[in-house]
Design a protein around this ligand. Structure first.
Ligand code: DC
Length: 213
């Protein structure tokens, strides 16, 4: 069984997907982390995040794999590093490059063939797993999402202001929604859930009830 959870940054999809996977005893796939790893690989080379040809080359050489909750880039643990704000913006730039998407979509589908899982991202229900048994699209107001991201950053000791974080998310949404290939959008058969005023536990319960009926 494949369960897809798509949605914008800060909609709660990662937390919900991880929790759901744990309770249902399924694997969890964080596809955003894969785009982040490619962005980090590009940043490390010092090359521009606007140079599509170079990014495609870097992506081709990058080896990405999960080991438990860790993400390995060329066999090195980059789990924390990929959460830095510059990697977040970089990820949405590399995610618009067709070669990068083809490569990561193939890898995601390979992981999906190994068995049941909960997978989260932007295009999981639309492009990567169009035949998934359960599809969700989580949304929340921009302010609610910016506040969540700010809390997350402050827990990690990363400084940031509400306005700055809100603007970064807004720009990222715009890029993710407007790119030509696999733009962020709900699948026509996805269930939409607005999490602006819902605690994580309520969202998890809602999804669990639907999946188990
Ligand atoms: O979910 P996230 O914030 O970790 O994702 C980082 C970026 O990667 C996001 O701005 C858009 C991109 N992304 C994507 O295009 N497709 C996915 N399936 C997952 C993420």
């Amino acid at each position: 069984m494949i369960i897809t959870i798509d949605g914008p940054a800060g909609s709660g999809k990662s937390t919900v997907a991880r929790c759901l996977a744990e309770r249902l005893g399924l694997r969890f796939l964080d596809t955003g982390a894969m785009y982040r790893a490619i962005a980090l690989a590009v940043i490390r080379t010092g090359k521009s995040l606007n140079d599509a040809a170079t990014i495609a080359q870097v992506a081709q050489l990058a080896q990405i794999r999960f080991q438990g909750n860790q993400l390995l880039l060329n066999e090195c643990d980059v789990t924390s590093e990929i959460r830095a704000p510059e990697v977040s913006s970089g990820a949405s730039l590399v995610a618009a490059i067709p070669e990068v998407r083809y490569q990561l979509v193939r890898l995601q589908q390979e992981i999906g063939r190994e068995g049941s899982m909960v997978t989260e991202g932007r295009d999981q229900g639309t492009v990567v797993f169009p035949d998934a048994e359960h599809k969700y699209f989580l949304t929340a107001s921009l302010d609610a999402r910016a506040n969540r991201r700010l809390d997350e950053l402050s827990r990690k000791g990363i400084p940031g202001s509400f306005e700055e974080v809100r603007e970064q998310i807004r720009l990222r949404d715009e890029r993710d929604e407007q790119r030509e290939l696999a733009p962020m959008k709900p699948a026509s058969d996805a269930v939409l859930v607005d999490t602006s005023h819902l605690p994580v536990e309520d969202v998890v319960q809602l999804l669990m009830r639907q999946i188990q009926t």
